[in-house]
Design a protein around this ligand. Structure first.
Ligand code: AMP
Length: 567
């Protein structure tokens, strides 16, 4: 049988139909129930016109219904496209326009978003809505073409698939520097290769209880879901409302008796800051994995000291090369907080290369561009040959290679160390953000003459603070006003938290905006405002600039709470 992601669910359902597959609060699904529901949904989708390779978006927050949707879409031979339901409709419209789905699956909590998407009429003829809820959708301002209950008319028996492993399984849209989100196409084979390696390396079995912390549009969730299903393990969905509460997360790991935890380091760092982990806590936990950004060594030391029974592994890799391409299992608790943790060595079937400008390997210790080749490489960006050609190249005989945009060096120990980024892609709160996407949205605002968005590192939860300096056309334009307009087109995590109004933006010698200078200005202002907050520097009155800080460090999209004026 062709290897396809959904086959893992069928296999587990055959072997242990009563075993729990998915659990979230008081809802759970056995493998047998998941298989049957997904088979029925797949038949329903096919009867509703879905054919091999059609895209089906799902605007369903993390829940057992979302997992059934993923499985059903795959079983219908279609490609699933997760939608971030916290993103505003104009940004989601770009994803719908690009992915051209046959259907969007929605639920009550995404109905407002769906109404906005369909209000303009652009998608009404081309995209249908499937309502994955038992409550009716009739009163909504969109007409659902089918409802959750309709699946009961279809057989729960397994379906024949016409797909092959090289077919796309999903498209994950990431921030794009030109303002258009980029769709990374990931095939069944890409995921299967990583999951099979990871299941072997980590020894995941049917008795594992695996976390699913990230939202489903993050590629880390792909490993949680299919890593668990490949082993017939339990997938524990972390409810979005506890996902950023350190105490509740610790309670969740304890109460669910998780054996594997996988998240971005921001979350682990935040839990360490709030000191929510006790000595020898989480006795069932065997593995703690992170990916997506640097895990500060002091926070890693905090975790390792408290959990001597746990194995700690750093996974590295961009969405474009599928979940992770390298790994490093930390041998013992670092003695020194300044010690760098390597991103390690390539996962099986992958290769990481550190190359100079002429694409020659750099000598040990020298920083170069990090490239990846191997089985995880995406076929490219969805219907975007320009972006694909800019990042995916031929290398060697018939091989493709992906330029990550990361800088790295090979250490004396032969391991690879992450050094930073070449460009203006950043991580904030674990989200991958192109500062260019934020600037493009700001450039669309006629009340701004000029603007620049920069990021400043922080040891807080965000990892990077997003800061915007701008020149307004008139004095009535205020940061809260701009911020609120920006919130209508960008998701909350992309909206800058710090603002500076300047009479003009600094330029460097060749007339370009001097971003380094802007970063310096923000760094000075932030240092001063922090000192003032601590009451140490009450009388310092800085520059002609005005900065405004929003205090929503845990990701709320609220208006700035602290408006600090320096005028
Ligand atoms: P994403 O596509 O969201 O997974 O983001 C990929 C980027 O995150 C990489 O190109 C790196 O810049 C960064 N990244 C991923 N994993 C790590 C890691 N373990 N350590 C440092 N940076 C990482």
């Amino acid at each position: 049988m062709t290897q396809l992601l959904q086959n893992w669910i069928s296999r587990a359902a055959q072997q242990r139909p009563e075993a729990v597959a998915v659990i979230m609060q008081d809802q759970s699904l056995t493998y047998g129930q998941l298989e049957e529901s997904a088979n029925r949904l797949a038949r329903l989708l096919q009867a509703a016109g879905c054919r091999r390779g059609d895209r089906v978006c799902f605007a369903i927050p993390k829940s057992p219904a979302a997992i059934i949707s993923i499985a059903g879409i795959l079983k219908a031979d279609c490609i699933h496209v997760p939608i971030d339901t916290s993103s505003p409709a104009p940004r989601i419209s770009k994803i719908i326009r690009s992915s051209e789905p046959r259907y969007i699956l929605g639920v009550e909590s995404s109905s407002g978003l769906l109404e906005e998407l369909f209000a303009q009429g652009e998608f009404n003829d081309s995209v249908g809505v499937g309502w994955m809820e038992t409550s009716p959708a009739e009163h909504r301002n969109f007409r659902a073409k089918f409802h959750w209950a309709d699946r009961n008319s279809y057989s729960a028996e397994p379906l024949e698939s016409s797909q092959c492993a090289a077919d796309p399984a999903h498209i994950l849209f990431t921030s794009g520097s030109t303002g258009e989100p980029k769709g990374v196409v990931i095939t069944h084979a890409n995921v299967i290769h990583f999951v099979e390696w990871a299941a072997r390396y980590f020894g995941i079995t049917g008795s594992d209880r695996v976390s699913c912390h990230p939202p489903l549009h993050f590629d880390l969730s792909v490993f949680d879901i299919f890593g668990a299903f490949a082993a017939g393990a339990q997938l524990h969905l972390v409810p979005p409302k506890v996902a950023l509460l350190p105490n509740k997360l610790a309670e969740f790991i304890r109460a669910s008796e998780l054996t594997q935890w996988f998240s971005v380091p921001s979350v682990l760092n935040y839990m360490a800051k709030f000191d929510v982990v006790k000595m020898n806590d989480f006795p069932a936990l065997r593995r703690l994995l992170w990916c997506g950004e640097v895990f500060p060594t002091p926070a890693l030391m905090y975790w390792m000291k408290r959990l001597p029974h746990v194995t700690f592994t750093n996974l590295y890799g961009p969405t474009e090369t599928t979940i992770a391409s390298s790994y490093y299992t930390v041998k013992s608790c670092p003695a020194d907080g300044a010690q760098a943790i390597p991103i390690g060595t390539a996962c099986e079937g992958e290769e990481l290369l550190v190359l100079d400008n002429d694409q020659r390997p750099t000598p040990v210790g020298e920083v170069g561009d990090l490239y990846i080749r191997g089985a995880g490489l995406s076929p490219g960006y969805w219907r975007n040959p320009t972006a694909t050609a800019a990042s995916f190249f031929s290398y060697g005989e018939g091989e493709r290679i992906y330029r990550t945009g990361d800088l790295a060096r090979i250490g004396q120990d032969g391991l690879i160390y992450f050094v930073g980024r070449l460009d203006t892609q950043i991580k904030s709160r674990g989200y991958r953000i192109e500062l260019g996407e934020i600037e493009t949205a700001l450039h669309d605002m006629p009340e701004l003459k000029e603007c620049a968005v920069v990021a400043l590192p922080t040891d807080g939860f965000e990892t990077s603070l997003i800061c915007c300096a701008y020149v307004a056309r008139d004095q009535g334009v205020t940061p809260p006003g701009i911020r609120s307009q920006l919130s209508k087109v960008l998701p909350p995590y992309m909206v800058p938290s710090h603002w500076m109004v300047l009479p003009q933006l600094p330029n460097n010698g060749n007339g370009k905006i001097d971003r380094r200078k802007i970063r310096e200005l923000f760094a000075i202002e932030l240092k001063t405002s922090r000192a003032a907050e601590r009451g140490q520097d009450r009388n310092s009155a800085p520059s002609s600039a005005e900065t405004f800080q929003s205090a929503d460090s845990m990701g709320s999209s609220s208006q700035p709470k602290n408006v600090v004026s320096f005028r």
